[in-house]
Design a protein around this ligand. Structure first.
Ligand SMILES: [Zn+2]
Length: 150
């Protein structure tokens, strides 16, 4: 939806809601846009006052920029916080490598003592764990196995 500030020949100002700018142009051409106060069909876009931007127009612009592919700043900040929390949690977590899925299960079903672990799991393994109600979380940064560091 697009909101336009419209203005009739006499100077009445009103808002018009349209599906798109093309929709607005088509309705105007067919005389379907009229001033609600005097009924005049001589209607055009009112000059915008730069100091008081219309909320409607701004929201449309923002939605389009998100759809264009860039994350809003709040989402980026949230991911950065999460990455920091994960890095902190890894300090007291044990690397279990490819045994991750097996260990997670053992801990979940009480076969092992609970401990923080991290390791490798395929997408299928991670999905299976989640399906069993075991909380796993993808790490937001690459972690090298300790034996790969030497
Ligand atoms: Zn009017």
């Amino acid at each position: 939806m697009i909101v336009y500030d419209l203005c009739c020949a006499v100077g009445h100002r009103f808002e018009g809601w349209f599906g798109s700018s093309a929709d607005y142009a088509a309705q105007l051409e067919r005389g379907l846009v009229a001033c609600p106060q005097c009924g005049s069909g001589e209607v055009g876009k009112a000059p915008m006052a730069p100091a008081v931007p219309r909320k409607g127009n701004r929201q449309v612009e923002r939605t389009q920029s998100v759809a264009g592919g860039s994350l809003p700043p709040e989402a980026v900040a949230m991911l950065e916080n999460l990455a920091e929390m994960q890095a902190e949690a890894l300090k007291s977590s044990t690397w279990v490598g490819e045994a991750f899925a097996e260990r997670s299960r053992a801990i979940h079903y009480g076969e092992r003592e609970a401990e923080a672990i991290h390791g490798q799991a395929s997408a299928d393994q991670a999905k299976a764990l989640l399906d069993e109600g075991i909380t796993v979380m993808p790490l937001l940064f690459p972690v090298a196995a300790p034996d790969e560091l030497n």
